[in-house]
Design a protein around this ligand. Sequence first.
Ligand code: ADP
Ligand code: MG
Ligand code: MG
Length: 890
Amino acid sequence: MNKWVYSFGDGAAEGTAGMRNLLGGKGANLAEMSNIGVPVPPGFTITTEVCTHFTKTGGTYPDELNDQLEAALEKIGRATGRAFGDMKKPLLVSVRSGARVSMPGMMDTVLNLGLNDETVGALAEDAGDERFAYDSYRRFIQMYGDVVMGLEHHDFEAILEGFKDEKNLDLDTDLSAADWQVIIERYKALVSDKLGRPFPQDPRDQLWGAIGAVFGSWMNARAITYRRLHQIPESWGTAVNVQGMVFGNMGDTSATGVAFTRNPSTGENKLYGEFLVNAQGEDVVAGIRTPQAITEEARMESSAPEKPSLETALPEAFKEFQAICTRLENHYREMQDVEFTIERGKLWMLQTRSGKRTAKAALKIAVDLVEEGLIQPEEAVNRVDPASLDQLLHPTIDPSAERNVFATGLPASPGAASGEVVFSSDEAERLAGQGKAVILVRVETSPEDIHGMHASQGILTTRGGMTSHAAVVARGMGKPCVSGAGAIRVDYQAGTFTAAGKTLKAGDVVTIDGANGQVLVGSVPMLKPELSGDFAQLMEWADKVRRMKVRTNAETPADARAAREFGAEGIGLCRTEHMFFDTDRIGAVREMIVADTEAGRRTALDKLLPMQRGDFIELFEIMAGLPVTIRLLDPPLHEFLPKTEEEIAEVAEAIGVSPTKLKRRLDMLTEFNPMLGHRGCRLAVSYPEIAEMQARAIFEAAVESAKRTGSPVRPEIMVPLVGLKAELDIVKERIDAVAKTVSEESGTDISYDVGTMVELPRACLTADKIAETAHFFSFGTNDLTQTTFGISRDDAASFLPTYQQQNIFEVDPFVSIDVEGVGALMKIGVERGRQTRPDIKLGICGEHGGDPASVKFCETVGLDYVSCSPFRVPIARLAAAQAAVAAGKD
Ligand code: ADP
Ligand code: MG
Ligand code: MG
């Protein structure tokens, strides 16, 4: 025979915390609390398997269910000395839903079930309190009418409010037993009027009605939507908990409340919660009366210090509650979120689960639990969500600060910043040069704004979503960004922007909050990120367990330094084109590109060589012997070129050609699809002198910084966008030749590696051949995702949202590696690369390198390192540690 019903309470239970899948979270924890002797009103759980049966059969129950339920009801009766439907000592129950994970959208709880016109009298007599009995009955009709019978909550509220008006009464607690009796009659009339049938009087009808409503709610529209958004399978089902009632509304020694065993926003080890005297169920959260603080300490800091705390109001119950909270924490080894009720001085626990908390609290609690000896460091590492660290690495707005909100957009990149408003990137750079803090305000940004974004404290755009250019680049730079603030109108001409009738102008100070998308008027006090203490401790533990190294993507000295502070163990990607964009170099770069002879190009390259060498020396010195991977020039050439007539005239003059000639050359360079055009190693193949100049700059810098610092530098030169071994061979030959020359010139041995960025499907598939030449692979998963899907990220904005709405992508493949497709190619690349060269160095340098799910995937395929933007380094360190722990368990 199948077991469909599991009893709990009275110091024992048939279930345990481990049976979450069968009993749901609430049921499993009620069982667990019973097992460890915490006072829990007796009850039983109807399993999630019954839900599955119910859903599949269109609303029927397994045959044995009725008998098992009756037996379990009797068990509650024996424990409480009552019986369900009994006219003298009626048993009342609550009916509560509870899936494997907590899930809004499901049926709400029904309390006081079992009351009817007869039993209410018995309850009154038994409790010696008429008012309490009728208060409970009216609550039951209202809840059952709303939740099970589908009537409107506000229709009941209207009756109650109307009555209070008639009688000139204010609070629910002012109503007498007789008053409630009048209301009950009106409630019942409402039910009959609306539904054409009376309110059910038979307790068993009530019970089965409520059970059916819980199981039915598993398939309601709200629940289905919630499951879809959170990827919860329909097959899980929900459990139903039926539990003997305890009453917090039995007068002044009764109460109900909720609490966290530690402060969920700071993590402080202090009980944190609220309660109400003479109240029931969710009165505390419903906001009918102002709840009271649980501890004396919290009362003094609360907004209603005149109301006594539980500690003074019901000291015995408080002491027991405090002890139980400690016991639950010790048992679960985790901060708990609990519900309790006190019935005439006697404490009952009604729920426990691990408590939701802020990133800051998560960190503190994890570290404290290790120090208290409750968990091991490795477990602490597992307890903190790596992505949440983002909140801790940036300045945040002081929570007590006043906010004058000007407009709200999307929280595109975390952190907060204040500065003067500027409307162009050039202006941003100019003012930043004078030491001013600026916020760049644009309708949207493009690659031409990189220098302005770098110069700004934060970026605000009025168009574009979470994956717009501004959002992606800002996150990479670790700068706060609010994007898509659609209510703002920008007038570049006038140098103003307007929202809700209010206008600000260039030079006015604003603050943006990348945590919630707000744009605030003026400068607002901030809190600095706290990188020592708990954070440093957790990171130290993470570093001990992780296997993969974490490097950074950086080309500026500032980024490289920041990354080292965040614990980067080298540079995994230095994008040299970013060095070419520099304002004082772009002239020489353009000269090089438009030159139509090799000699012309070499003249321009000679100007760039010392600058590049200078860049690399600085990076090598900052990295002090750690590995540095430098990628040869990659982007399509047109990105460097002048666009407007004015710019063309200017450049033509600077390089000494006629504007007409320049324009002709520009036309020749125009491409239909630059992403698949003349870029990557194709540039190095057709213009090897560019690669030679870069190689020379790298080697000379390596020699020079080794001399200066005394620690040898072994550069890793990365050739981008290789699809064929022959491409890499040609470029590597040039690099080797330069190495030899520089070695002879300097009289030093130069050791270095040449490898490739794997970003084309063909490179993955022919990795065995490419590895004959390549010393390392670094998976460039941004391009690899584009080339695998055949989607250009820059053009995807028009259809990606629709794709996401229709669930075609479970996750955005540009945010988290598409394991099935892109991941499969990576796997092939890894396997075939290692076949040829077992000690080949393998890494990833796409933005995915800072995404925890992707980092986990990288661990499973055995990469040696991940590389990500500086601000994501701690996230990657923690994610890599968690991945290593998970891999160890498999
Ligand atoms: P939710 O999942 O929405 O929190 P619950 O099932 O936990 O719903 O219950 C809602 C409220 O009713 C909670 O405050 C809970 O403590 C209270 N409650 C549930 N069952 C009982 C009971 N048997 N006796 C007294 N209060 C109860
Ligand atoms: Mg609720
Ligand atoms: Mg609850």
